[in-house]
Ligand binder design. Structure first.
Ligand code: F3S
Length: 280
């Protein structure tokens, strides 16, 4: 059987950096160590960190109860208000917000300061989007499809940004719709290159193979998007978290298999799946 693993599968730059920060702190930092929210959407990694004593702070109320130690901010980032509260907590702060996400914070903060309305194209429930919203001091709207763009109120000058992991085709469709509304509009495509490359490569592989495997945590939005894109190209696409979710029944008389993985999937899991599929 021919098996092709996407070169872009697995940890992106920002996730690698955030996860390394936590392991560096375990090696050298003074404990106790906390992450503000799970450092990544991967149960295997968070379970390993938990076994090494890393605790997760889920809210500012929980933060208030912590008296000493280090708080690590994950790659998704936090809102301006949260960052200020965390910094004033008296705890040591390690900010592992991805620099590409930080750039969006600056864009929307500046746009708001100039009196512009901000549109964030993305999932309103995703922590990255909630954090970006928290850097806007003026009006801010989150939309995830063209139908929602039609429900926006009358806007002034507008700056449009995107969640870093949003699908670039859907983003363009939404922007095309907004352009027709004739606003004074400044569009900054803030979809991360890592996401674009991962999505394009996954689609390219899914078009050529009989079965496609997408690996990632079940709460990982970038993995869910990868799965949707691959499923569109290859009807035999399967979403797994680990090797345990795979079954050999998915590969009857299959001669070609593609494998990709979301940004929060450790190499170890990709390798395990790859080795297993090759052995079928
Ligand atoms: Fe950063 Fe891009 Fe990853 S924004 S967290 S490098 S997907």
């Amino acid at each position: 059987m021919e098996v092709e693993v996407a070169k872009s599968a697995g940890f992106c730059f920002g996730v690698k950096r955030a996860v390394s920060c936590v392991y560096d702190e375990i090696r050298s930092g003074p404990g106790p160590i906390y992450t503000y929210g799970p450092i990544i959407h991967n149960e295997q990694v968070t379970a390993d960190l938990s076994s090494k004593g890393i605790r997760i702070i889920e809210s500012l109320d929980e933060l208030d109860a912590v008296r000493e130690g280090t708080v690590i901010i994950r790659s998704h980032g936090v809102s301006k208000a949260e960052l200020e509260r965390i910094k004033s907590s008296g705890l040591r702060v390690v900010d592992a917000t991805c620099p590409f996400v930080k750039r969006i914070h600056r864009i929307v903060e500046d746009a708001s300061a100039e009196g512009r309305d901000v549109i964030i194209v993305g999932n309103p429930d995703h922590p990255e989007v909630r954090a970006i919203k928290g850097w806007c001091s003026g009006r801010c709207f989150v939309i995830k499809n063209t139908a929602e763009s039609e429900q926006l109120p009358v806007l002034g000058k507008v700056t449009v940004v995107s969640q870093t992991t949003f699908n670039h085709i859907n983003f363009q469709e939404i922007v095309d719709k907004l352009v027709k509304m004739d606003y004074d509009m400044n569009v900054v495509n803030t979809i991360c290159n890592a996401t674009q490359e991962r999505q394009s490569e996954a689609v390219d592989i899914a078009r050529r193979v009989e079965t496609m495997i997408v690996i990632g945590g079940k709460h990982s939005s970038n993995t869910q998007k990868l799965y949707e894109l691959c499923k569109h190209e290859c009807s035999h696409t399967y979403y797994v978290q680990t090797l345990d979710d795979l079954t050999s029944q998915w590969f009857p008389h299959v001669s070609s298999v593609g494998i990709t993985a979301g940004a929060s999937t450790p190499n170890k899991i990709i390798e395990e799946v790859h080795t297993y599929v090759r052995s079928i």
